[in-house]
Ligand binder design. Structure first.
Ligand SMILES: Nc1ncnc2c1ncn2[C@@H]1O[C@H](COP(=O)(O)OP(=O)(O)OP(=O)(O)O)[C@@H](O)[C@H]1O
Ligand SMILES: [Mg+2]
Length: 383
């Protein structure tokens, strides 16, 4: 990070800190109270299906008492790169139509968070995209023909290829999933080894397990997922400024078909919209100056600066502390073209942006992966 952007970053974060100490929502449940050994009432994310696990790995994912997800920043350059990516996409002054559309496909971003006990450990505060479901069935699928970025060492490339040599041919890899079984009223979990065991001949059956509830194949969820993936594909076909490596799609549907998420009344939608306007973009952004060139220079410099540079005491900052769950959930559910009921019953969101880079070409690897994933989903549907 060059010194000017680092100064800008710090300045913006200080602004955020000031805001946190001003009038506004008080500490939410768990925060500001002696709440045991955990981080101020935060607990390891119970429904995490892949990635670094809190308590197992050095970093991991937590759940905040307000229902958001806290993703601990990975060591540089990965963590700062992901933070810069979210900050750029959700920048207050972002007018890039491409990035504005991309917001729809990402979890909402509520800035950074840290615990008062450990103010230098930064977390990304994200919308929990599984939150509105009663029995969330969740699948993490890595997309692309390569799991390593163009700047990876030979060792890293070989390690990634060894993990799943079929990545280039299949273009996606199931990293983990949990599926609700109606008969036993419990979840079946599948870890990374399950996905790595899938080959061309078994990928269709392997993927279909995510949509099988022990009784029927949830074709409604497959159809709705296809529609969402197609929208993401459209976005990728229309942009050539970002390339994504080792990034995932997170699929979520409700294991209890009858327990459809509560639809908001138009009055509730209006209330939620008004609240959003009052809070302004502030709520979505942590006001960090971001641009593709900043990201690029960060990368070129090997991101030698530690993420501790961005340290802040924003532990009290709780943009949603005074919001009811319904208001939180309302966000993002009222976008044009999302009126279709079946479509509202699933989530397909892009996550994990530790290896996103500026580019001048289409992301061919990701597009290849999405198209093949769509083909396999279609085949499952037609069976
Ligand atoms: N916004 C979110 N909402 C719900 N669950 C999430 C969200 N973000 C992540 N998760 C859960 O956490 C898991 C891991 O997330 P992610 O891929 O971002 O982290 P990671 O793989 O550990 O990160 P990295 O690759 O940067 O080390 C996902 O598979 C999912 O189960
Ligand atoms: Mg991941």
């Amino acid at each position: 990070m060059d010194s000017s952007s680092s100064v800008a970053l710090r300045r913006r974060l200080e602004i955020r800190s000031d805001l946190s100490s001003g009038p506004g929502p008080g500490p939410g449940p768990g925060l500001g109270h002696a709440s045991g050994p955990r981080l101020n009432g935060c607990v390891p994310l119970s429904h995490q299906v892949a990635g670094h696990k809190y308590g197992v790995d050095k970093v991991g994912i937590l759940q905040h008492p307000d229902g958001t997800v806290l993703k601990q920043l990975q060591p540089p350059p990965r963590g700062p790169r992901e933070m810069q990516f979210y900050s750029m996409v959700y920048a207050e002054d972002c007018h890039d139509p491409c990035l504005l559309v991309l917001q729809q496909h990402l979890p909402k971003f509520f800035g950074t968070w840290s615990s008062p006990d450990s103010p230098t450990d930064l977390y990304l505060k994200l919308e929990d995209v599984t939150r509105r479901f009663q029995k969330p069935c969740i699948m993490d699928v890595k997309i692309g023909q390569r799991s390593y970025d163009p700047f990876a060492s030979q060792e890293k490339r070989e390690q990634q290829i060894r993990k799943y040599p079929l990545m280039e041919e299949i273009g996606f890899l199931v990293l983990g999933m949990r599926v609700y079984n109606v008969g036993s009223d419990s979840f079946d979990s599948y870890d990374q080894h399950y996905g790595r065991g899938l080959v061309k001949e078994t990928i269709k059956d392997g993927l279909s397990k995510f949509f099988f509830n022990g009784d029927v194949l949830r074709k409604d969820a497959i159809t709705a997922s296809i529609v969402k993936v197609q929208k993401i594909l459209l976005w990728f076909e229309g942009q050539s400024q970002l390339n994504f490596y080792a990034s995932s799609l997170l699929f979520v549907y409700d294991g209890v078909p009858s327990a459809s998420p509560r639809m908001l009344s138009s009055e509730e939608k209006t209330t939620a919209r008004t609240l959003e306007k009052i809070d302004g973009v502030l709520e979505y952004n942590n006001n960090i100056d971001q641009s593709l060139s900043t990201m690029y220079s960060l990368h070129k410099k090997g991101c030698t600066s530690s993420h501790h540079q961005a340290k802040q005491d924003n532990s009290k900052w709780q943009p949603n502390g005074n919001r009811s769950p319904i208001q939180l959930e309302a966000k993002g559910q009222d976008k044009p073209g999302e009126a279709d009921r079946s479509e509202a019953d699933v989530e397909v969101r892009m996550i994990d942006f530790a290896h996103v880079f500026p580019s001048e070409v289409h992301d061919h690897g990701y597009i290849y992966g999405l198209r093949n994933l769509l083909k396999v989903l279609q085949e499952i549907l037609e069976d």
